[in-house]
Write a protein that binds this ligand. Structure first.
Ligand code: 5GP
Length: 236
C-alpha cells in the first residue's frame, strides 16, 4: 500500500502529495468549486468524490483503450494514485459544439455544431488568464517538447472520438473538453490532471440541460445535481 508523505502542491481543485514511491503521486480531490480564475468560489460537499469517481472511470476506460494516462487507480472517495509526470503548461481543448470562450472570441452562436472537431491550445498561466496560443508559441516559449505536439493533437482527437461515443451511449452530448499532458517516468507522453465535468462541457442529449461546471459559472442550478446525473448515467 502506497503511503502519502509530503504535500507537494495545492491547486484550486486538488492537492498533490508525494508518496513513499518516488514515481507515484496521490491526487486529493477537494470540495472546492472555482470559476473565472478563482474570482468565484464555493465549497460544495461531495464535489471532490464525484470528480474523483467520474475522472477515474474515464481514465480507466482510456487506459483500457490504449491511451496512455497518468492514472493508476482510485484509492478512496477523494484520492487517486497517479504516475508522477513532468507536466507541460499547455491546455489542449477539443470542441465539437460552440460554447464558452470560442463564442466570445470568434462570434459563434452557442450550440453551433462544428463540421469537424476544433483543437485549440492555451497557455496554462493564471496571471495571464490562460491565453489562446498556437504551435509556434509552444515552440518559441519551449512549453512542451516540439516532437510531442502532433501526438498530443492526435491523442486529443482520439479521446474525443472515444468519449463522444461513450457519452452519446448515455444520452449526453460531449460539447468540449480540456486535456493536459506530461511525460511519465518512462519518458512516454500521457494525459495528466483530471477529466471531469470541471473540464468538460456535457449537455443532456434530449433536453439540452447543462450538466457541467457552467451550472456553477452562470448559476444555472445545483452543480452537484448535474455531476450526479453524469455519474449515474455513465455508471448505468
Ligand atoms: P473555454 O475555452 O470555452 O473556457 O473552455 C473549453 C473547455 O475546456 C471547457 O470544457 C472548460 O471547462 C475546459 N477548460 C478550459 N480551461 C480550463 C481550466 O483552466 N480548468 C479546467 N478544469 N477546465 C478548463
Amino acid at each position: 500500500m502506497v503511503k502519502r508523505t509530503r504535500r507537494l502542491y495545492e491547486g484550486k481543485a486538488k492537492v498533490v502529495y508525494e508518496t513513499d514511491d518516488p514515481n507515484k503521486l496521490i491526487l486529493f480531490f477537494k470540495d472546492s468549486a472555482t470559476a473565472f480564475d478563482g474570482a468565484k468560489k464555493a465549497e460544495l460537499k461531495g464535489k471532490g468524490t464525484l470528480n474523483n469517481t467520474i475522472s477515474s472511470l474515464i481514465f480507466e476506460m482510456l487506459n483500457s483503450r490504449g491511451i496512455r494516462t497518468h492514472f493508476i487507480k482510485r484509492l478512496s472517495d477523494n484520492e487517486m494514485l497517479v504516475w508522477r509526470a513532468k507536466r507541460f503548461p499547455v491546455e489542449v481543448v477539443v470542441r465539437n459544439i460552440a460554447a464558452g470562450s470560442v463564442v466570445k472570441r470568434l462570434g459563434f452562436k452557442e450550440g453551433d455544431v462544428f463540421k469537424k472537431p476544433l483543437v485549440e491550445l492555451f497557455y496554462k498561466n493564471d496571471e495571464l488568464h490562460d491565453p489562446l496560443i498556437c504551435e509556434e508559441h509552444v515552440r518559441l516559449m519551449n512549453l512542451a517538447p516540439v516532437e510531442t505536439l502532433p501526438l498530443m493533437k492526435e491523442t486529443a482527437l482520439k479521446v474525443n472520438r472515444i468519449l463522444g461515443e461513450f457519452f452519446s451511449e448515455h444520452y449526453i452530448k460531449l460539447v468540449d473538453f480540456k486535456l493536459e499532458f506530461g511525460l511519465l517516468p518512462d519518458g512516454e507522453l500521457a494525459i495528466v490532471d483530471e477529466i471531469s465535468p470541471d473540464s468538460m462541457r456535457l449537455w443532456d442529449a434530449k433536453t439540452g440541460e447543462k450538466l457541467d461546471k457552467d451550472r456553477f459559472r452562470f448559476d444555472l442550478g445545483d452543480l452537484l445535481e448535474g455531476y450526479r446525473k453524469v455519474l449515474n448515467r455513465i455508471s448505468e
